[in-house]
Design a protein around this ligand. Structure first.
Ligand code: CA
Length: 527
């Protein structure tokens, strides 16, 4: 009998007690209740900025996030199927790739809320469900008893929000507000039911605006630079050379806080200016250019981005403390993840999108008391396409056949199944705007990546060997010594495309910009 079935039966017993059948003791009944799920999610949180991942640059300490890892499992290789915000969220909800859930890009996709999602299934099975914070799927949330979300990307300060369909205003810092709303709902929840609560931050998304209390958190330190800050993109093709996401060319005055956000209160603005203005004045006087200018922007970017992470880490600390104080910690699974990874200057970039490591990998920390061994790690190839099935499995609910991931429960129990995946399909679509990253798809294994870049002006393949080239600087696609690997992975990407039902022709929604009419074929001349 699968373990979740036994949990389900125990819960049925609890329900029977509640209905007056009265057999197990109260303490046994409490143990048998299906676990609550606290899903804490952020937007664009690079694993390089989470100290449990032990990144070499040692950018900041995240003690509360690290606590989840210390008391649970850290996944080293959680990867996303399409590295941008909306598509990642749609994948998490549906357990499906973009081409099946219909949400390809942030530019013109709209989430079809009538489709099956894991919150709907949990809700139907008796869970109280709620979501707070960033939603970013254009249509209203479905499957939640309560929702209180940011419109679109949302604001960092004094955010307008939408509570169950009605506009409401808040004053304060958005990360704190989302946490307050989450805790308030938990305090007032229906205690007869298990809960699923999704607490989803805007932070640390662009433009990386920290809480005012965190301005100057780094004492003006100079941050260690990534080795590839001044990457020249040699060894790779037009897609890598001709993007629009560099610190050098793409960052705006607003990004680097030479311009203040418009929605600060006068009091907030005073604190903002007190930190930024003297430093901005010094910058203007210095009249930097070339590499010095990139370095100045990089350090400003790190101050701001990491400042945003500090507020997330504090929020995680507050939520964990709340679970402790309420006696909920033992029967609540806590999951922390981000919608994708992010570049913190690697390859000269910010943003995400690529099949390359920094954007492909996302943090995943899971604490499940009594099931997951504290301080454990997993190197298995896992993905956020697995989350829906994991939550259903945890709750003892049957997984719909159409879902495309796999439950992580065996891994969380410390057993990696022999037939766990050793390759993963990736597919990015949004082009040309906003960052001019060409569409690409490919296959990822523990060691290699094979990728096909395509589009109106590009059609080429690359192969990267992460063992010999961890920064992914040189394609070995044409290197004869990799011929066997290339053949094997070419077959594997095709196998995965078939297995995952990837259409051979692109959906028109796949293009991020206005799609031009395809050129007309010359009329067939009949001879
Ligand atoms: Ca994102």
């Amino acid at each position: 009998m699968p373990h979740h079935r036994s949990r389900l039966i125990l819960w049925a017993a609890v329900a029977a007690v509640a209905l007056g059948f009265g057999f197990p003791t109260e303490s046994r009944a409490a143990d048998a209740k299906p676990p609550n799920i606290l899903f804490i999610f952020s937007d664009d949180h690079a694993f390089q900025a989470l100290s449990a991942y032990g990144e070499a640059r040692n950018l900041l300490d995240t003690p509360n996030l690290d606590r989840i890892a210390r008391e649970g499992m850290l996944f080293n290789r959680c990867i996303v199927p399409n590295s941008i915000c909306g598509p990642s969220r749609a994948t998490i909800l549906t357990g499906k790739y973009s081409h099946l859930n219909g949400f390809y890009n942030n530019s013109n996709s709209r989430f079809d809320g009538s489709q099956t999602t894991f919150p709907k299934l949990l809700n139907k099975a008796g869970y109280s469900t709620a979501i707070f914070g960033k939603w970013h799927l254009r249509t209203d949330p479905t499957g939640f008893d309560h929702w209180h979300i940011l419109p679109g990307q949302g604001a960092y300060y004094n955010p307008p929000m939408i509570k169950n369909g009605k506009q409401v205003k808040h004053e304060g810092y958005t990360t704190d507000i989302i946490t307050d709303l989450t805790i308030d709902w938990l305090k007032n929840r229906d205690r007869s039911k298990p809960f699923l609560v999704m607490s989803q931050h805007k932070a640390p998304h662009r433009e990386w605006e920290p809480a005012l209390r965190h301005l100057g958190h780094d004492n003006d330190r100079d941050y260690p630079e990534p080795e590839t800050l001044f990457d020249d993109y040699s060894g790779r093709g037009i897609a890598e050379r001709d993007q629009d996401m560099t610190i050098e060319k793409t960052m705006t005055p607003r990004d680097v806080k030479l311009v203040a956000p418009r929605n600060l209160t006068p009091e907030q603005r005073k604190k903002w200016d007190a930190y930024y203005e003297p430093r901005n004045e010094k910058f203007r006087q210095a009249n930097l250019s070339g590499k010095d200018l990139v370095r100045w922007r990089y350090n400003r970017y790190m101050h701001d981005y990491l400042g945003c992470i500090k507020a997330i880490d504090e929020s995680v600390g507050r939520l964990l403390k709340f679970l402790d104080d309420e006696g909920l910690a033992e029967n609540t699974i806590v999951v922390y993840s981000s919608d994708q990874g992010f570049y913190l200057g690697e390859h000269g970039w910010f943003d995400k999108r690529w099949i390359f490591e920094e954007s492909l990998r996302t943090p995943l920390l899971v604490r499940w008391p009594g099931v997951t061994e504290p301080g454990s790690t997993s190197d298995a190839l896992v993905s956020n396409v697995d989350f829906a099935e994991t939550f259903l499995d945890v709750a003892g609910i049957d997984v719909p056949d159409a879902m495309q991931g796999r439950s992580l429960v065996p891994l969380l129990e410390g057993n990696k199944p022999d037939d766990w995946r050793d390759s993963f399909y990736y597919h990015y679509y949004e082009y040309p705007r906003p960052h001019h990253v060409r569409p690409h798809y490919g296959v990822v294994t523990d060691r290699y990546k094979l990728v096909h870049f395509y589009g109106p002006d590009c059609d080429y393949w690359e192969l990267f060997d992460l063992k010999n080239d961890p920064h992914e600087l040189k394609s070995v696609y044409d290197d004869p010594s990799y011929a066997d690997t290339r053949e094997r992975l070419t077959a594997e990407v095709q196998r995965l495309r078939e297995e995952l039902k990837v259409p051979e022709t692109e959906d028109p929604l796949a293009s991020g910009g206005r799609r031009r009419q395809p050129p007309k074929k010359p009329a067939d001349k009949k001879s």
